[in-house]
Write a protein that binds this ligand. Sequence first.
Ligand SMILES: O=P(O)(O)OC[C@H]1O[C@H](O[C@H]2O[C@H](CO)[C@@H](O)[C@H](O)[C@H]2O)[C@H](O)[C@@H](O)[C@@H]1O
Length: 437
Amino acid sequence: MLCCFDNEKFSGRLRLMDCSANSSDKKTLKRWFFIDKRVGCCMDLTSNHASPVLTEPAPMNKSRLGIHSAILPYSQPAGSFSPSKYITIPRKKSGKFDDVWSNGWLDAMKSSSPPRKKLIKDFDVEFASDDDTDVAYSSWMLKYPSALDSLEQITSYAKNKKIAVFLDYDGTLSPIVNDPDCAVMSNAMRSAVRNVAKYFPTAVISGRRREKVFDLVGLTELYYAGSHGMDILGPVSQTVLNSHPNCIKSTDQQGKEVNLFQPAREFLPMIDEVFGTLVEKTKDIKGAKVEHHKFCAAVHYRNVDEKNWPTIAQCVHDVLKDHPRLQLTHGRKVLEIRPVIDWNKGKAVEFLLESLGLNTREDVLPIFIGDDSTDEDAFKMLRERNQGYGILVSSVPKETYAFYSLRDPSEVMEFLRGLVRSRKKKVWGHEAGRNNC
Ligand SMILES: O=P(O)(O)OC[C@H]1O[C@H](O[C@H]2O[C@H](CO)[C@@H](O)[C@H](O)[C@H]2O)[C@H](O)[C@@H](O)[C@@H]1O
């Protein structure tokens, strides 16, 4: 007998349980089936074989099942996902704020960057073994296929197009580690990124301070944006200088002429002040760390005992209460305070495309690779433009606006190497390293 559960939490799928299995013991309950409401395909999670049953097909179905995604329009955002990562502070009619217990901050803090088991549980899949989590990941990959497995599709579609590569830093180019100051990039990754930049315009767009991310990456051939895109050093473009009032001519660390765009410049003194306050307020919380990213401030709680998380949340909450022009975003075990302006990583990608003279061209294929919630702005922008690919780096199932997935930074490196290999082979048929862009 099959029982049907509407399981919105699991990627908009209907969940079917085979009640002929022993359901009293969750560990032995192995026969779950998922029906993707849009894909119209039923999958036995124990066998991971998809077989067509029920429900009518929808426009996104084919792209999710391996037919070349770029041929198909992004007709709708992925699943029922609506990433509300910008946290509006709930205000009571009295003008007072709700506290961190009731406004969901602590839940968001707990679920940010969770371990594998916990995340699977959040998707309401009560699995116990590593095999089961692998099965859940494989099922998730039907919706977000591996960019490595899809490399041939991606590169053949990109053959006559200009690829532009946009990369997040933490969790994408470097693995997540406990101390943000120790998040170094391997030489192998550096060399992969350097090679990518030989063939495609390449930028790193990070939440960190721009100068810091440049120090960590150490490649002069890239463009850099810090503070989640609020601090961009891009190529000189008169069009961009004319159309963006906050954009000025400047020089980079090598003395080269560049365009400098800092749309939140007026917030500098406020962020300075808030940084000082946060340092002071958290100084007695063991493990807490505050970073000044110039146009935003980050409060890390990865190394703080969970019993002290409410105190961290309260400190940040109190600061925001006093600064209505600032807002909160949740990152991986980090609370970030940033200006309330209409600017994000997605806008930064568009800005850089414009600076490169690629924004209005239809033969451009932007690829954005990132792991964090702030990268969703870029994934979403690409979906809305119906152009290019967002690639989410995650080793656990996550809702996302991205189109493809990669498990971890080592797969990112393989993917970047694959892009270069295919460009060398398909365009020139030899190993010459010329910039084709
Ligand atoms: O946009 P990104 O380049 O991904 O930057 C996002 C945040 O990355 C850093 O924090 C994260 O990585 C740390 C090192 O692995 C880890 O310790 C921390 O828990 C993560 O949240 C950076 O320190 C933050 O300021 C960035 O906002």
